[in-house]
Design a protein around this ligand. Structure first.
Ligand SMILES: Nc1ncnc2c1ncn2[C@@H]1O[C@H](COP(=O)(O)OP(=O)(O)OP(=O)(O)O)[C@@H](O)[C@H]1O
Ligand SMILES: [Mg+2]
Length: 443
């Protein structure tokens, strides 16, 4: 870990002519990017445009096929994320890299020291001190699995601050946050930049980019199409640069009568991971043709509510009915059978199996349809998956490669495609547009 404090010239990032190819695709095609210390620089682009790949090169996870990387004016050739961390690069990934059974302080320590130590009192104090200085609310001795997604993200930021990163990369940090949490994050980001560090911010939310970033670079299909000061730009221009066409920011909501009750929740109670009550006497009804939004600051029971409905968390009181049928005692599979679709908050945890390809992930939910005795009709499964991928515009170079290799937005599209195509009578979705670009959200 470096001991020097970031100075005014530290943190300047210079990427020149970056090229990165994967089988069948050029993810980065001769990309230039300059980020100054003290600046919040947004990186925009459609799902699959190459944003995460470019940042994975800057953070040492991938080596470029061509091009140069320099940090703080020094040429770098990272062979591992560890080397990038040592050079002052901190990256908060789209999918967090935290060790669930360990505490916040232990996770902050991981990777910062050469050998793993258990966090002692001094580390916990240092973490608490950093958290305090940046207004980050998190308990250093809590275990990761007990934290909400927003809290886990703050741990990732603390990790970078603990290692004194001079460049902080945030890959779609607000995709999983409420507007209040996002505003809080922006304050943290501006503070980090005000110390002369560089902050690189990937987001699909143009309002956020306009609000927090000084400059923005737009990528389209692996190429850089523009770098602009946000003060000289507007949302419509940015969307056009990203997508290459005009984008509608309004969704037409057709008028229709609500039908019979589809989902009925009565007096529902449940306990959270910390053993405290997470849901207390929740009652709601959703009728056919209705969309019911559940809003609130993360950590106030939304996740627990969706999990109880899906049958993944026991209810301590109350009942859940689908189409008038009480399913309170049903297994998750029986609930699916009763017409319930579920898109969880952690798409690569409970949603999809990261190491399996698109076909297998689609089949997970549709085994019956393609079963032939004990076997699966692979040809039919492949055809169905291929149709689904086309229909929902999921961009992937292979139906067989692990879905963890797909871009974040395309993973979300695959999950939504699978759940929507099953035509469930009732669909429970946590954060449906998380990670989707403006074009896909509009669709
Ligand atoms: N390890 C990999 N192996 C194969 N293909 C990859 C790998 N990583 C990325 N890709 C492909 O490179 C392209 C760019 O992906 P990338 O993750 O950089 O997109 P992105 O701009 O971050 O998109 P999103 O907004 O959906 O997160 C995609 O087509 C993706 O499938
Ligand atoms: Mg990405």
């Amino acid at each position: 870990m470096s001991s020097r404090a970031p100075g005014p010239t530290d943190g300047a990032v210079e990427l020149r002519g970056i090229v990165k190819r994967f089988p069948g695709i050029i993810a980065n095609d001769n990309v230039d990017l300059t980020v100054a210390g003290g600046e919040v620089h947004a990186l925009l682009g459609e799902n699959g445009a190459g944003k995460t790949t470019l940042m994975s090169i800057l953070s040492g996870a991938y080596r470029p096929d061509a091009g140069t990387v320099s940090v703080g004016g020094r040429a770098m050739s990272f062979r591992s994320p560890k080397q990038a961390i040592e050079a002052g690069i901190g990256m908060v990934h789209q999918h967090f890299r935290l060790v669930q059974p360990l505490s916040v302080a232990e996770n902050v320590l991981l990777g910062a020291s050469s050998s793993f130590r258990l966090a002692d009192k001094a580390t916990e104090d240092r973490v608490a001190e950093l958290a305090e200085a940046y207004g980050i609310r998190v308990n250093p001795s809590a275990k990761i699995w007990q934290l909400s997604v927003g809290e886990q993200q703050r741990v990732e930021i603390l990790k970078a601050l603990f290692r004194e990163a001079s460049v902080l990369i945030l890959d779609e940090p607000t995709a999983v946050l409420t507007p209040q949490e996002a505003t809080h994050l922006f304050t943290i980001m501006r503070k980090i930049a005000s110390e002369g560090r560089a902050v690189i911010f990937i987001s699909h939310k143009l309002d956020e980019v306009m609000a927090v970033a000084d400059r923005v670079t737009v990528l389209r299909a692996g190429r850089r199409v523009a770098t602009l000061a946000t003060g000289d730009s507007n949302k419509a221009d940015l969307a056009r640069l990203m997508v290459g066409r005009e984008v509608m920011f309004r969704v037409a909501r057709g008028d229709h009568e609500a039908g019979a009750p589809r989902l009925t929740v009565k007096g529902l109670g449940a306990t959270g991971d910390l053993g405290l009550p997470a849901l207390r006497d929740v009652t709601l009804e959703v009728r056919a043709g209705e969309i019911l939004g559940v809003a609130g600051v993360a950590g106030n029971g939304q996740r627990e509510l969706t999990e109880v409905i899906a049958g993944l968390r026991p209810a301590t009181s109350g009942e859940v009915a689908i189409g008038g049928r009480d399913i309170s005692a049903a297994t998750p599979a029986e609930r699916i059978g009763a017409g319930l679709g579920y898109v969880p908050e952690d798409r690569l945890g409970t949603g999809l199996i990261p190491s399996l390809g698109c076909i297998d992930n689609v089949m997970l939910k549709r085994t019956d349809e393609f079963a032939r005795g004990f076997f699966i009709n692979k040809q039919a499964a492949e055809t169905a998956t291929s149709e689904l991928v086309d229909r929902f515009d999921v961009k992937t170079s292979s139906l067989h490669d692990p879905v963890s290799l797909m871009s974040g937005g395309n993973i979300q599209k695959l999950l939504l495609a699978r759940e929507l195509s099953a035509e469930p009578g009732t669909l429970v979705v946590a954060q449906p547009t998380a990670g989707l670009d403006v074009g896909a959200t509009e669709a």
